[in-house]
Design a protein around this ligand. Structure first.
Ligand SMILES: Cc1cc2nc3c(=O)[nH]c(=O)nc-3n(C[C@H](O)[C@H](O)[C@H](O)COP(=O)(O)OP(=O)(O)OC[C@H]3O[C@@H](n4cnc5c(N)ncnc54)[C@H](O)[C@@H]3O)c2cc1C
Ligand code: FES
Length: 336
């Protein structure tokens, strides 16, 4: 393992094959991610990280991680990982992929560290000499925070199909000559001709994703052409999760069969949240239905799930559900 500093708050962790192997032991699609597990302070913690390198690169794989000021795992990665360390990782997983066969052009809109899956896709398509338009649009706080700035300029120089637009929110005091402010409909429609007819991939901070979604709606882009990757929400600080549900639960009874524990659930509570109250120990990472770490077997009853991206058809047939999304419709039994 190697570590590359990209910006003051972002590092790339470069993972190589085992010492006796020439290539990575698995393949992946551009846009997929790994689920990485760390043991920190005696606790097992899972987090997902998009692969930022191209799948054609078989000698290494890059994860590019932003250090969150109070983040448990990203600080561990940024401050403590050293060259030569080994990582426990699962995957690759994820459906936020683009290989060039899905559409005859692609618009990649990202903000902040949401650039990582877009980088894998752009690197891959450029290496393949994909003969179609790639519109790469990036919203960034300041020039110092522009991840992969040099390489993107290089890719653009060599790939005539790659059209890069960068909007800098706070360029003050720098020599930034490009667009400033935030993404708006003028920037998007000038950067991408006929945007309403194109496939769009979007990844960034939740506020930015919400804003861009409205802009795309204004520009009449049909919702089914927009694919998004949600990097997840903050884990509730200790105590907050239980405060949210201070009153007595009035929802259906949930039985955790392996732990021999059961309790009524609150009407807006997920199986994962109830399991945390009862110390069941269901593992999780994203809490937004993407990573699949919280999969559990439902042996009785039915649940609603707002998002079930991490389940495949086979999981659904077997009655596997995502604990972070599952809200029971009636009494349920969970194998946990
Ligand atoms: C599919 C997918 C792909 C992803 N890809 C990437 C990627 O390529 N690069 C990347 O950097 N991240 C990526 N993420 C996000 C990543 O998985 C982690 O969520 C992120 O690194 C934060 O983890 P953490 O353990 O550092 O923060 P956590 O400890 O989980 O905290 C999350 C947030 O809450 C804040 N917080 C924590 N404790 C408190 C508190 N007590 N009070 C107030 N705020 C608090 C932290 O500052 C942080 O912002 C991805 C997520 C998903 C789901
Ligand atoms: S924690 Fe990621 S899908 Fe539930």
């Amino acid at each position: 393992m190697n570590v590359i500093t990209e910006t003051p708050t972002v590092k790339t962790v470069r993972l190589g094959p085992a010492a006796d192997a020439a290539a990575l032991p698995f393949t992946f699609l551009p846009g997929q991610f790994l689920n990485v597990t760390f043991s920190i302070g005696g606790a097992r913690m899972n987090r997902s990280y998009s692969i930022s390198s191209s799948p054609t690169q078989r000698a290494y794989l890059d994860l590019t991680v932003k250090r969150e000021p109070r983040g448990a795992v990203s600080r561990h990665i940024a401050d403590l990982l050293k060259v030569g360390d080994e990582l426990e990782a699962g995957g690759p997983v994820g459906r936020f992929t683009f290989t060039g066969t899905e559409a005859n052009s692609i618009v990649l809109i990202s903000g902040g560290v949401g650039i990582t899956p877009m980088m894998s896709i752009s690197r891959y398509l450029s290496e393949q000499s994909w003969p179609n338009d790639i519109f790469f649009i990036y919203a960034c706080r300041s020039p110092a925070d522009f991840i992969f700035a040099k390489e993107i300029a290089e890719l653009e120089r060599h790939n005539p199909w790659l059209h890069v637009t960068v909007v800098m929110e706070h360029p003050d005091g720098t020599d930034w000559q490009g667009l400033t402010g935030r993404l708006n409909t003028d920037v998007l429609s000038q950067a991408v001709p006929h945007i309403a007819s194109r496939r769009i991939h979007m990844c960034g901070p939740p506020v930015m994703m919400e804003a861009v979604r409205s802009l795309l709606q204004e520009l009449k882009v049909p919702a089914e052409q927009i694919k998004t990757e949600d990097f997840g929400t903050a884990a509730p600080p200790p105590g907050e999760g239980s405060n949210r549900f201070a009153a007595a639960a009035t929802g259906p009874l949930v039985s955790f069969s392996k732990s021999s524990k059961s309790a009524k659930i609150h009407l807006d509570q997920t199986l994962l949240e109830l399991s945390e109250e009862l110390n069941i120990g269901i593992e999780f990472s994203c809490r937004v239905g993407t990573c699949g770490i919280c999969k559990v077997q439902l042996t009785a009853g039915e649940v609603d799930m707002a998002i079930d991206d991490a389940l495949d058809a086979d999981d659904k047939v077997k009655g596997i559900v995502l604990a972070c999304q599952a809200k029971p419709k009636g009494p349920v039994t969970v194998e946990a």
